[in-house]
Design a protein around this ligand. Structure first.
Ligand code: HH2
Length: 275
């Protein structure tokens, strides 16, 4: 790892918290709130103070049907935020992008980890970059692109298929020179998944531990939670998120990606005492 910090154990007692900073106008639950760099930095600092040991900065929404953002615009959105957070806090910084040009600029600005929702499938140059820099890499499961993925949510056994596809993505990365110690995996809840697929993946999360890599789970406010509870408004699904964190803890997640860090910390404290 290029940041000199050891990766956390495979299944720590409590998952680490990754706070979400979307420097976008159109993210599905909080678009526009942290679009201005100063607002994004302020949010990142607050989430870190609330207990996030990771801050994930993104400049392109990946919600179903989202329109792609030009890489120069994406760089313009995230670089000043990363530079400032790198200077002002000690959180591990991840850049949420599928594009090697954006990842390169983000690493130069101080990011430690590339959070790649395409697991290396979108831009072949990304794996070469990760191998060359020795930075962290989150390989998230998806099929297709955010524009097309919901047409590919077709599984006989979603857990077995996601595990096999993640295994293949990790193997491709290892062939390109990425080392196992650099890698986290993520089931990609809501990405090429219908609600029942995301629920099944969370219920059987521990089966992904067969891959022997630490697991990141991004469940925060997602539509499968709304399908379960009946809450249509994404920004009002923090209670649903807190309840579902129980499954992340039970399944051995190493990192959970959330918008409401303070609430997630409280929910995990209770869940850990009860499990
Ligand atoms: N989910 C989103 C974005 N990035 N990265 C990982 N590793 N795992 C996830 O589940 C994940 C992710 C979607 O959430 P959000 O960033 O809040 O929304 P948007 O993509 O609309 O910006």
């Amino acid at each position: 790892m290029n940041d000199g910090r050891a990766r956390a154990p495979l299944a720590p007692a409590l998952p680490e918290l990754m706070g979400v900073v979307n420097a976008t106008p159109d993210s599905f639950s909080d678009g526009g709130r942290a679009f201005a760099p100063a607002a994004a930095v302020e949010l990142g600092l607050r989430l870190h103070a609330e207990g996030a040991t990771w801050i994930d900065v993104g400049g392109e929404s990946t919600r179903p049907g989202a329109q792609p953002v030009d890489e120069r615009e994406e760089i313009r959105r995230v670089v000043p935020v990363l530079e400032s957070l790198r200077e002002r806090c000690s959180a591990r910084l991840s850049i949420d992008t599928r594009k090697s040009a954006v990842a390169r600029a983000a690493l130069d600005a101080g990011a430690h980890v590339v959070n790649d929702v395409s697991a290396g499938a979108f831009d072949p140059g990304l794996l070469e970059l990760v191998a060359a820099r020795g930075c962290g890499w989150i390989a998230m499961h998806m099929r297709g692109t955010p524009a097309t993925m919901q047409q590919q949510a077709d599984y006989a056994d979603v857990v077995a298929e996601v595990r096999a596809e993640l295994r293949a993505g990790v193997a491709r990365a290892l062939e390109r020179g990425v080392r196992r110690e650099q890698i986290w995996i993520d089931p990609g809840l809501g990405f090429a998944k219908r609600a029942e697929h995301s629920v099944e993946l969370l219920r059987r999360l521990s089966e992904l531990r067969e891959l022997g890599l630490p697991i990141v789970v991004g469940l925060s406010r997602k539509s499968f939670l709304g399908a379960l509870s009946g809450e249509p408004e994404a920004s009002r699904r923090d209670l649903e998120t807190a309840a579902a964190l129980f499954a992340c803890l039970r399944g051995g997640a190493a990192v959970v990606r959330v918008h409401d860090v303070a609430g997630a910390r409280r929910a995990l404290a209770v869940a850990a005492a009860l499990l």
